[in-house]
Design a binder for this molecule. Structure first.
Ligand code: DNO
Length: 389
């Protein structure tokens, strides 16, 4: 299996232009129509227009990340049937335009989440970080989620309270923003009250129910994907465990097995995100590759550094705990697909560095950090191929 080098681009409002991306060494673009509200159909016209824009720059729209799944589908309430119909129509329209790989996630309420968007590393660059104490302080003392204390030990609650007592109002707003409002693709605009209301709507949905709802959704859309040659690839939970008392069901090897077995179609695939899965030390990513290489339709290469209390920060691509070299090697060597098959990969996130430090890029999506990541990953690939050829 080979790689197609791709780059996430947020669309015309992204400060990083398509022509910059060519210079960074990617040939494929990962893009979504972020301006279309969750649940609505992506029209043929809108898709074509975006595709032409990308192709005019000499690039290819390789992956859609993401076609978002409306909360009603995750809860199987309200207008979920209509939203599923709309989702199918979007897939049909994408296929008609020749865009065949679609990433999505099934995380309730929040997508990926971090407490710190500017965590300074020793060399002067900035990383994203998830701090367990800050997160506990947020949900116990700021959000005041019902029952939050039950998810923590006495010691953790004590630590969270001590930390909370040091916060100014501005700190509280910043932490809240980082967690619920600030991340593109997340639910920007959510308020604390809004989050409490949504959590209430999920109170009867546990992991079993959420999985049933995911299966229901997949049973509806995978036949359409099969007919239209769309490769669906679910993104794992980030972080890969329950947050805010909400179930998360794509966090472990076992979860992936269940998902893959529940609808054993190649079109029901996975986005292998080395950063998300590696937060749990027991996750075995090489095993995932060995079992499912032909169902991994998209790769996010990112590394994290775990800390003893459950916190983690995003490490340089080739450092930290994700062991990208091992995963990449397993992919290169996999005999599940022909050696010429090209699976899209992208450097997932990058440190804020150099001239990007004072720019206002989307968190994790500045230019130089990803350029560095992509270059390292390309070098790693060459080295592995040379070593094992
Ligand atoms: C973060 C991303 C996620 C991802 C979605 C996929 O950088 O990996 O936001 O795009 O979870 O649906």
């Amino acid at each position: 299996m080979r790689f197609e080098y791709t780059w996430r681009w947020y669309g015309p409002q992204d400060e990083i232009r398509l022509s910059d991306i060519s210079q960074c060494g990617a040939t494929g673009i990962v893009n979504a129509l972020h301006e279309i509200p969750y649940g609505e159909v992506w029209s043929l016209d809108a898709i074509k227009k975006r595709k032409t824009m990308i192709e005019d720059a000499g690039l290819k729209w390789s992956v859609v990340e993401s076609v978002p799944v409306h909360e009603d589908i995750k809860k199987r309430t309200g207008d979920y049937k209509q939203y599923i119909q709309n989702y199918k129509q979007t897939l049909i329209n994408l296929a008609e335009c020749g865009v065949y790989t679609v990433c999505y996630n099934f995380m309730p309420v929040l997508d990926w989440t971090r407490t710190d968007l500017n965590y300074r590393l020793e060399n002067g660059t900035y990383a994203l970080r998830f701090d367990a104490t800050k997160f506990a302080a947020f949900e116990i003392f700021i959000l005041k989620r019902d029952g939050a204390q039950k998810d923590y030990t006495e010691v953790q609650i004590q630590k969270a309270e001590t930390y909370f007592n040091t916060l100014t109002n501005q700190d509280i707003n910043e932490l809240t923003d980082n967690l619920i409002a600030g991340i593109p693709g997340g639910k920007s605009g959510l308020t604390l009250e809004g989050v409490r209301e949504i959590l209430e709507e999920y109170k009867d949905i546990d992991a079993i129910k959420l999985h049933e709802n995911l299966e229901y959704f997949l049973n509806e859309i995978i036949p359409v994907a099969e007919e239209k040659d769309i490769l669906m690839c679910i993104h794992p939970d980030d972080p890969p465990y329950s947050v805010l008392g909400l179930p998360r069901i794509v966090s472990t090897n076992k979860d992936v097995d269940r998902l893959m077995n529940s609808i054993p179609s190649r079109n029901n695939g996975l986005t292998l995100c080395t950063g998300s899965f590696a937060v749990r030390p027991e996750n075995d990513l090489v095993e995932m590759v060995d079992k499912y290489a032909d169902r991994i339709h998209f790769l996010h290469f990112r590394s994290i550094q775990r800390e003893p209390d459950g916190s983690f920060f995003e490490a340089e691509h080739l450092q930290g705990n994700s062991d990208i070299a091992k995963v990449m090697n397993a992919i290169i060597k996999s005999d599940k697909l022909s050696s010429n098959y090209r699976v899209p990969m992208r450097p997932d996130h990058g440190h804020k560095m150099l001239a990007d430090i004072h720019k206002n890029h989307y968190p994790g999506y500045s230019c130089f950090g990803r350029l560095k990541g992509l270059s390292e990953l390309k070098g790693l690939e060459q080295g592995l191929r040379f070593k094992y050829s």
